[in-house]
Structure formats: structure tokens, C-alpha cells
Design a protein around this ligand. Sequence first.
Ligand code: M6R
Length: 618
Amino acid sequence: MCGIVGYVGDKQAQGVVIEGLRRLEYRGYDSAGIALVDTADGDGRIASDKRAGKLANLEKAIGEAPLPSSTTGIGHTRWATHGAPNDENAHPHLGRVSRVAVVHNGIIENFALLRTELERAGHEMLSETDTEIAAHLLELEVQAGADLTTAMQNVCRRLEGAFTLVAVDAEDPSRVVAARRNSPLVVGVGEGENFIGSDVAAFIEHTREAMELGQDQVVTITRDRVEVTGFDGSPAEGQRYHVDWDLSAAEKDGYDWFMRKEIFEQPRAVADAMLGRHDGSGKLQLDEVRLSEDELRTVDKIIIVGCGTANYAGLVAKYAIEHWTRIPCEVELAHEFRYRDPILTRDTLVVAMSQSGETADTLMAIRHARAQGSRVLAICNTNGSTIPRESDAVIYTHAGPEIGVASTKGFLTQLIACYLLGLYLAQVRGTKFGDEISQVLDELSRMPEHVQEVLDQAEDVYALAAQHAQTRSVLFLGRHAGFPIALEGALKLKELAYIHAEGFAAGELKHGPIALIEDGLPVFCIVPPRGRDELHQKMVSAIQEIRARGARTIVLAEEGDESITPYADELIRLPRVPTLLQPVVSVVPLQLFACELATQMGHDVDQPRNLAKSVTVE
Ligand code: M6R
């Protein structure tokens, strides 16, 4: 939530900051703003502009009233927390005499107290935000003689909550200073220039050398230096890493939406998620699981925590992990987890599922789990993000950057990582024979082709979406591992098309939801493979029941399954795969449908209303 950018170097900061904001806009798009340190007339001053709405509004404004040239600047794209998304509440915020400008991501929890203190001292606040107090406090510090780095350390020690702050001082154009607590921040390390970003997309076109910061750290960038300290001023080290993707991954590449591009990248993403993780002989190698085999043998319960789509990946994983390992596996919404006082021991393995690695609810859940002595393994797509850094072990999903707010390739690669984890546990604990594991790995290695086979039917799915452009309600039914896919299909439609959509376990229908069925209501039905006869037959019965009551059935069934044809108003064929792996292919038409329907309805698919890509507030 909120994208932040900072730059010092020899280029025009305006271009670098605006381009960085464009790449971070998926993190929040309620408003956008920029502040530059203008040194043209010898005396430093802050030149800034900020506008409600998308970045395009800011660009238009600075096109009409250009900002001065400058090589030091900061920028922000907002997902509103405190205060309405209007011009006044947009960032940057300035101090009382406009010497310091600040952008912020997160929530300063004790801001009301600090605001009262400042107002009593005669400071007038121009916005409703929690951020503005940070600008005033920093400015008081520099006016009292501190440099901006020391000022940031002093102010951060007074703040509570979760925040990333980035600031510039009009009287010191040589530096940009940033700080982080519980909120994302990375440094881009360049030649004669350095960058700050919420994530590496902010500076990927300039440098692929990055540095992650720890908790409660302040970083100062100048053209030639990057210096890290703790909030107490003690020297600290950031961790350098090389970003293994380039600018093209952050571009739309001819697609209308990032989401559509990311859907079509899934065959490659699935292949990458498996790359190097098993040898030719069918043995799994998960070197990055830094838990010893002995530790894995003592696990007596697994709890998967995550939110939204990541939670649904966990629900699929439960079917596979319990079946392969016989270890009880619970799946929990991360934001509910710690409040119900879950039973956690040293032998509980908590799996934190998060594409971004920054979801605050999931982060708080793993902190709780570790405090109780449980071990935490993250399944994450974002290198160097907070959740893997705070976990005992991590499996990276290697999907590449996911920019569309709706998760697609993030989800598919989470499924692959879960399958690999389940098989690895089975291998270590001997709950599956080697040849059984090898057989599933063979099936998994064919998944990229199978996903491509589904994508090849995209035009048919688009035609179906075109027929539903006026639809106001859609249901999704699944059973077994298909049930979480019904939930995921519904979530995709809700977040992109803004229509009522519900996913149900097909067996639950007769216990109430069947009352929703009325003439012409579209219902997606995910039919399990025929290999599981009892499941398959029950699903066919459910389809007959809703069709008898007028539902328009859109059936997803495997190739060659003719038993279903008489009850399908529309039929989407899925490749023949084992039941536990079917979610990898069955979710793809639902992603395509939601993307296309939202497009037909004229919605912004990559930036749906009210949402942000990574939810860094609880
Ligand atoms: O980055 P995370 O995987 O932790 O994000 C979790 C959810 O916020 C995310 O999956 C969300 O539900 C997506 N918008 C779904 O498309």
C-alpha cells in the first residue's frame, strides 16, 4: 500500500521519480505527488505538486506548471488510510516553513498525540493525515541544527506503528533519507546515483543492484554513498542482492493489462517454480528449506496462514499435504490467527503464504507463531521482503514480478511450491515411496504444457465473458481441491468486475445456497477428474440439481468426460491431470473470464477500485 520513491544522482529527478511512481502505482492509486529540492537560485527550496487520483493527474498538472530542474527528489502514490483521497491529503507533506518534505507508507499510531503537541506549539496542519506530523517534527530537528539523518533517527524513535518515511531537506540537496519499521523499503545502488523504492520496480530500469534494510533502520543516500544506521544512530549493514529480473518483466509487453500478461506468463512461471528443485532421479532438493530433516520429522501439525488468494492456495495445499504426509494441516486467515490463541508448539510448522512478502496481517501472524516457539516457513515471491526475512525458512516461488493487483501467476506458483513442500515432507518422513513421489513430480513437470493448453482456449472464454457483460451475480461450485478454486474464481470476479460472486463447496448447496438459484443465473461448475468416481458423480448430481432450477451452467471438465455434456450450457475443457493437481489448470479459465469481463465492463483491471497490491496495514 502506497508506493514511495527517492532519488539522488545526476539525472533529472522529476523523470526518475515519475517513472518510478508509474511502476509502483499498483501499490496504491488514490493520489500521487512529487517533491524536488530546487537549488537553481542558490538557496534551496522545496518545489512540489500533488494531486488526487491517478498518476496521470499529477503528470498533467506538472505538464501545465513545470517544476524546476533538480537532481534530488521524492515521490508517492497513495492508498488512503488517514483522510480522504483528495489533494490536501496527498503526499508529500511539508513542514511548517516548507523546508522538509516527507512521503510515507504505513500508519503512525501515536499521531494524534503528536499532532496535539505540535498544534499546542502553534503548528497548523493542512491535512488530515498522520504523515504531516512527521514533516513538522523532522523540520523542527533540522532547524535546531541536526542533519536530516540524525533528525530522522530522532523522530523515528518517537513514532509508533508501521511506517516507511522518505524525506528531503531543502538546505541539503545532497541527500535523501529514509526509515523503515514494519513496512517495505529497498535501496537501489547505482553508479553516481542511488535510489529508494517500496520495491525494486521503482528503479529497475536504472540498476539491478539492490539493498534490503532491516527493521528500525535509517538509510541515507547521496550520489556516491549509501549509509545505514539503527534508529539509535548505531552503524548497521543493509544486505546487498542482485535482482534477477529486468525491465521487460515490469512492462506490459503489448498486452492491454499486466494481469492478462501475467496470466499468459503462467506456463513459464510454473516451470520456473520447479526449476532445479528435483534431480532427474525423482528426488526433491529443496536446499533453501533451512530446516533440518530431523526438524521436519518432528513436525506434528502444519498451519498455513495467508490472506485472500494466498489463503486459497493454502486451502488447496491442505488436500495435498495431508494426503501425502498424513500430518494434520490447518489453514487460517492470517488476520484471525493470533486472536484466537491458536495451539502452537515447537513441533508446529507454520507456513506463511504471501506473494508480496509484505502483507501486514501475515507478518503479524508469523511473529506470533515464532514468539510461541513454532517454526515458520515462508512461501513467497518477493526476494528480500519482510516475511521471508523474518521466517526460519523460505521457498521462493520465482513467478517474477506480479504487478496486476489481482493475483494470478503468484497463485499458481504458490500451488507449485506447496506441492513441492508436501512431497518433500513425504520424502523426508517416508510417507510416500520414492517412485510415488517421482510419479507426481513427472505429472508436475507437465503442468506448464497443460496450463498452455487451457490458455489456448482463451478466445472461447472471452466470447463467454462477452455474453455476460450485463451479469450482476455469478456462483462458483467445486468439490475437494476444486472448492478453493470456486472461492478464488469468485474473488477474482468481485475484485475486478465488482459484481456479486460466491464460491461454494458443491455439497453445501443443498444446505442453503441452492435458494439463490434462479432462471439464467450463471454458475461455474468445476468437475473433478473421473479418477475420483465418488467425487465426480456427486458433482454431476449437483449440476443436475441446479440446472433443474434454471441455472445456466458453465462446466469445467476434463477432456473426454462426456458424462457431463448433457448438463453443460457451456463447456470448458481441462487437460487430464490428477485430482490434487487439477487446481493448477482449473483456475486459469476463471482468471481469463474475470479479466475479460472486467475489460468488457470498462473497469481498470490492473488497478481495481479501493484495492492495493500489497496490504501493509492491519
Ligand atoms: O501478497 P500476498 O500474497 O500476501 O497478498 C494476499 C492478498 O492480499 C492477495 O492475494 C489479494 O487477495 C489479491 N488481490 C487477490 O487477487
